[in-house]
Design a protein around this ligand. Structure first.
Ligand SMILES: Nc1ncnc2c1ncn2[C@@H]1O[C@H](COP(=O)(O)OP(=O)(O)O)[C@@H](O)[C@H]1O
Ligand SMILES: [Mg+2]
Ligand SMILES: [Zn+2]
Length: 329
């Protein structure tokens, strides 16, 4: 996957900072430990000279194997002595090697000639953060959701009250976000304006991102606007690749974007590709099933109906309820 140079630069900078911090910690530890046990300084110097000793043994000729075996045995003794002293001092390590964040690549981003998983994770996170950047939404949390805005009288006998229905939806979404994995199902949040869909979408996106997954959250209008500008070369970027490959994609307010053939085709590509790759998507919309069908066509909508968990948000416009309550007080 080809990311923007800016994204690479940011990820590489993060790795360099991790490496520098680990090396600084190691140097500090060496200093403190050697001050406490001066013998450690001698051991450290002797261990550092191992390579030179081996080179000498080879140059001198004679029984090279025996000489190298002797040097290695000495080396092991020194390492054991070092570990013992460090343990005695309560330093919690066996030697002065830096403790890198990623033991696979020592925070270089590459191992065995391939990109390390830690670097690809950083790139994904950077890319997702960049797509989200510029959204003026304050964080919305599950804990801010109240059930008091939803009526608790069932609309009919043996039907759920709006409050009970929403209680179940909130519980389901909170659990979904907390236990998110890339095998999680896709969700379709449907319902009228002001029933909490955006709030819940953001709460899901926030929790999943906090758990270390790469998340892209975008209102449909902004998302398709960006994709269109990049597609027609009016703007540079890899939004489509990010949107196709992020762990979780959240498209909020589907149906509020301009209705164009580009949007319909791109939505199909996004839904179909992510589905084939087994990646979950969360979509919120005010549109009904018929509304979705007439806007995006049968092919796209049958993908959504076939694979998305439908959650129907009910109740009266909460923004309006809050406004009325504020006017009364
Ligand atoms: N259950 C809730 N408790 C408290 N505030 C809520 C609740 N649901 C929504 N809100 C708030 O009401 C406003 C409208 O909700 P929003 O999620 O934007 O609705 P929708 O996306 O369905 O139109 C937002 O400010 C949101 O934070
Ligand atoms: Mg909304
Ligand atoms: Zn790594």
């Amino acid at each position: 996957m080809a990311y923007d140079p800016e994204i690479y630069a940011a990820a590489v900078k993060t790795l360099a900072a991790r490496r520098a911090a680990a090396e600084q910690d190691a140097a500090l530890l060496r200093e403190r430990a050697c001050a406490q046990f001066p013998r450690l300084k001698e051991i450290d110097a002797a261990l550092a000279a191992t390579g030179t000793h081996i080179a000498h043994a080879i140059l001198e000729g004679g029984n090279i194997d025996a000489a190298i075996a002797r040097i290695q045995a000495e080396n092991e003794c020194l390492q054991a002595e070092m570990a013992e002293l460090l343990q005695k001092g309560g330093f919690g390590v066996r030697n002065f090697a830096p403790l890198y964040t990623c033991p696979l690549c020592d925070d270089t981003g590459y191992h065995g000639g391939n990109m390390c998983t830690c670097l690809s994770k950083l790139l994904k996170e950077q890319a997702a953060a960049r797509v989200c950047k510029g959204l003026s939404s304050d964080p919305k949390r599950f804990s801010d959701l109240s059930l008091s805005f939803y009526d608790d009288t069932p609309p009919a006998e043996r039907a759920l009250s709006p409050r009970e229905r929403m209680r179940r939806i909130f519980a389901y979404c909170e659990q979904y976000a907390a236990a998110f994995s890339t095998h999680a199902p896709s969700l379709l949040l449907r319902g009228a304006t002001g029933t909490g869909k955006t709030h819940v979408s953001l709460a899901i996106a926030g929790t999943v991102a906090e758990n270390g997954f790469s998340v892209v959250y975008q209102p449909a209008g902004r998302l398709f606007g960006l994709l269109e500008e990049e597609h027609f070369g009016r703007r540079s970027g890899n939004t489509l690749e990010t949107v196709l490959s992020c762990d979780l994609l959240v498209i909020d307010d589907l149906g509020t974007e301009f209705e164009t053939s580009f949007v319909a085709a791109t939505l199909y590509t996004i839904i179909n590709t992510r589905m084939l790759d087994g990646l979950p998507t969360v979509i919120s919309t005010n549109l009904t099933q018929e509304g979705l069908q007439s806007r995006y066509g049968d092919q796209t909508v049958s993908r959504i109906t076939g694979a998305f968990e439908p959650l129907l948000f009910v109740g009266k416009d909460i923004r309006q309820q809050k406004r009325t309550a504020a006017m009364r007080s």
